[in-house]
Design a protein around this ligand. Structure first.
Ligand code: NAP
Length: 280
């Protein structure tokens, strides 16, 4: 298959490496020529250009730009593509993207690979990023079945675990397990940095070990991603943040009142509930 990728960063680059390995012909578009050169040199794509016209003969295009550039990329791309070409995106938010892009290209299938690292840009792309990880597809009623089948086949060939759901359900689910954690994790870092004792802060930084490393990983990642989550998944994120604040308030109240039994009960149920997210 002839596959185009717009946006050659972590996700676009990783897709290119796997898709080429699977024998597809992969063409990539980036805004800047240095990225194009690196993409070819790294074997991420067969050919690369700053011009979207490079993708004119593509059967399938993955749009892998930041969320705020997905609709404009599709609009510019639509001038060059054959009507039969399928476009899919990898944005971490689906409703806002589909509301805009659905009007621009009929053969559009919303998608979101649940895989990533803290790195970004062309050097961040790695082979095998999607293997074993969930990849959500969010077709709507108007999405052509044929297009969904093509995208599903390609995504399955990456060894990803494919899930289907409505865009709104996707957005609330990822608000809980991805977008809320980014905000909470960022708040952990800034709460620690608010320590005013000049002896304690450096000591805390020296003592920080695996627990703090794990819980601050997503908050210390690419700020642009967190910003996009908040801007484009605002309602779902706010709903999750308010629920989280209620949990924090209950914790504060319980500890203030030295309700150790209540605290033990809460921590015990958290220990059990975590297994519902990670059964093994
Ligand atoms: P990234 O590493 O920063 O790559 C995005 C690439 O898009 C950049 O390298 C940049 O390349 C290009 N780009 C930036 N602004 C652009 C614009 N205005 N117009 C056209 N191209 C632009 O980011 P990423 O992590 O791959 O994220 C890309 C998409 O994947 C986002 O929509 C994100 O929501 C989604 N996603 C990310 C993760 C994750 O964990 N990182 C996971 C799942 C999904 P040039 O500067 O060379 O043009």
């Amino acid at each position: 298959m002839k596959i185009g990728i717009v946006g050659l960063g972590l996700i676009g680059g990783s897709l290119g490496l796997d898709l080429r390995e699977l024998g597809h012909q992969v063409w990539g578009v980036s805004r800047n020529s240095d990225t194009c050169e690196r993409a070819v040199a790294r074997g991420v794509v067969d050919r690369a250009s700053v011009e979207l016209s490079l993708l004119a003969k593509a059967d399938l295009v993955f749009v892998c730009t930041p969320i705020d550039a997905i609709a404009s990329s599709v609009k510019q791309l639509s001038v060059f593509l054959a009507p039969s070409a399928i476009i899919t995106d990898v944005g971490s938010v689906k409703t806002a993207v589909i509301d805009q892009v659905g009007l621009l290209w009929h053969n559009f299938v919303g998608g979101h690979p649940m895989a990533g690292t803290a790195e970004s840009g062309i050097e961040a792309g790695i082979a095998g990023l999607f293997a074993g990880n969930p990849y959500v597809l969010t077709p709507v009623e108007a999405t052509p079945k044929e297009a969904v089948m093509v995208v599903e086949d390609v995504v399955r060939s990456l060894q990803a675990r494919v899930y289907f759901c409505r865009p709104q359900e996707h957005d609330q689910a990822v608000a809980w397990i991805s977008h809320l954690p980014v905000m909470v994790s960022a708040s952990l870092i800034s709460a620690g940095m608010a320590e005013t004792n000049p002896l304690v802060l450096p000591l805390a930084q020296d003592l920080a070990s695996s627990g703090f490393r794990d819980t601050t990983r997503v908050g210390g990642g690419n700020p642009e991603l967190g910003l996009m989550m908040a801007r484009y998944n605002r309602d779902c994120l706010l709903r999750s943040l308010v629920a989280y604040r209620q949990n924090l308030d209950q914790l504060i109240e319980g500890i203030e009142q030295e309700d150790w039994q209540g605290l033990e009960k809460k921590l015990t149920s958290s220990q059990l509930d975590r297994r519902r997210f990670f059964p093994q």
